[in-house]
Design a protein. Structure first.
Length: 419
């Protein structure tokens, strides 16, 4: 088996919260995570963008910076990066060759390591061996029982916007979900939070008081927006003129969160104003309201839950000069598709429903039935490529904006084709 085949062979064991298994595995590996310094990021939406910004600034400042994200968009190795570049195939193969026999030994003893647990352990192993100065670590799901939570108190804990997602595992209310996210807050580490719903903020504040943790609210950061286009946003921060290629008002919230974290890091790390400017300009986070084509105008977005879809809606309303718009939509069955679809009501003239290349996909037929009450024209497609070919032709003929959204897994299938 190739390295990727070995990794993906663990997918059948699913995602199971809890730290006992991963601690046992890491102990055998010599606990590489204990040799690293982290920025730990949890939340429902905005984690990827926030991680990308913090990582890019640290890299610009000359620190060897590791980044762990999920999911990847095109290449699995995107999940483990060093200085903004995904690791080499050689690095991945070497790490798997040395560590996978431990997985097999543990399995024989009845200890089943899941795919996410193994990938995260690989990240610790690879970043330690690379001698990273700082690792920006994105949680998988939740926080308290997420396997990334085996680390010691990080340099900074960051909580992004919290909404309803993974309710079957994390809880049915904002308070329950926030409590899970707050599990990464640790005594001895300052915590940064994005602006939150009142009920979420109350849980975060109580957690910080109980753990004697300094809380920094990114809503207190003042940004003066100078210009906003579909290509970039320029804003002023502490007299610095900063250009950001991430589009949408929600990305300004992520920028504030990243800046709040960077100010905490500046207490112990040398990060200049120019490092911040360069880091923000060079940050990359594909499939987040990403402009893929100007003629026809095509946007690729991985929004897959009501909060993410709402951010997409606001961005389309703000930046779509054409007004006429068509949507290719594919969603997973375990996401709140009905609420997401309702948010988009009236925003698109035509919706093409497609399956997502994932076992958890919602069928394009069922998705179409959910869409029909809210859109005039709904068309069912059996695969993404045929929907894309049809939609591009439609967008060219009608001078419409084309948006592709609903799942990062679908974005990973579409993006190489669009490029």
């Amino acid at each position: 088996m190739t390295s990727l085949e070995k990794i993906h062979s663990l997918d059948k064991f699913g995602s199971r919260p809890g730290l006992e298994r991963i601690k046992k595995f890491l102990d055998i590996l010599g606990n590489p995570q204990d040799s690293l310094k982290f920025v730990h990021v949890a939340g429902t939406n905005g984690k990827g963008s926030t991680c990308a910004l913090i990582s890019s600034v640290l890299t610009s400042a000359g620190y060897k910076t590791g980044l762990f994200i999920s999911p990847f968009i095109v290449d699995f190795r995107e999940r483990i990066q060093i200085n903004g570049e995904m690791i080499s195939e050689e690095t991945l193969n070497d790490a798997v060759e040395k560590t996978f026999p431990i997985i097999e030994k543990l399995r024989a003893e009845g200890c089943i390591i899941t795919e996410f647990e193994y990938v995260m352990a690989l990240e610790f192993y690879i970043h330690k061996n690379a001698g990273c100065d700082v690792v920006v670590l994105e949680t998988g799901m939740g926080g308290l029982l997420d396997c990334t939570n085996v680390i010691k108190p990080p340099l900074c804990t960051v909580i992004t916007k919290i909404g309803l997602d993974h309710t079957a595992v994390l809880g049915d209310t904002i308070e329950e979900i926030t409590l899970q996210k707050c599990g990464i807050i640790k005594n001895g580490s300052p915590a940064v939070t994005a602006s939150q719903l009142d009920e979420a903020m109350a849980v975060i504040e109580k957690n910080c008081v109980d753990k004697n943790v300094r809380l920094i609210k990114s809503e207190d950061i003042n940004l003066n927006v100078l210009s906003e286009t579909i290509y970039s946003t320029v804003f002023e921060y502490n007299k610095l003129k900063i250009e950001l290629d991430f589009i949408g008002e929600h990305q300004l919230e992520n920028a504030k969160n990243a800046l709040a974290c960077i100010e905490v890091l500046r207490e112990n790390y040398t990060i200049s104003d120019d490092n911040i400017i360069d880091g923000f300009k060079n940050a990359v986070n594909p499939a987040r309201f990403e402009l893929m084509s100007e003629n026809p105008l095509i946007i690729l977005d991985g929004a897959h839950n009501p909060d993410g879809i709402n951010a997409l809606k606001n961005a389309v309303e703000k930046y779509n000069p054409k007004k006429s718009a068509v949507l290719i939509l594919g969603m997973l069955a375990d996401k709140d598709s009905k609420s997401s679809i309702k948010i988009l009501e009236g925003l698109f003239d035509t919706v093409y429903t497609v399956p997502v290349n994932n076992p958890r996909t919602l069928s394009s037929e069922k998705l179409a039935e959910e869409c029909k009450p809210y859109f005039k024209n709904v068309k069912v497609f059996g695969d993404v490529k045929s929907a894309l070919d049809s939609a591009v032709t439609y967008a060219e003929e009608t001078d419409s904006l084309l948006v592709i959204a609903g799942s990062l897994y679908m974005a990973s299938e579409v993006r190489p084709y669009l490029i």
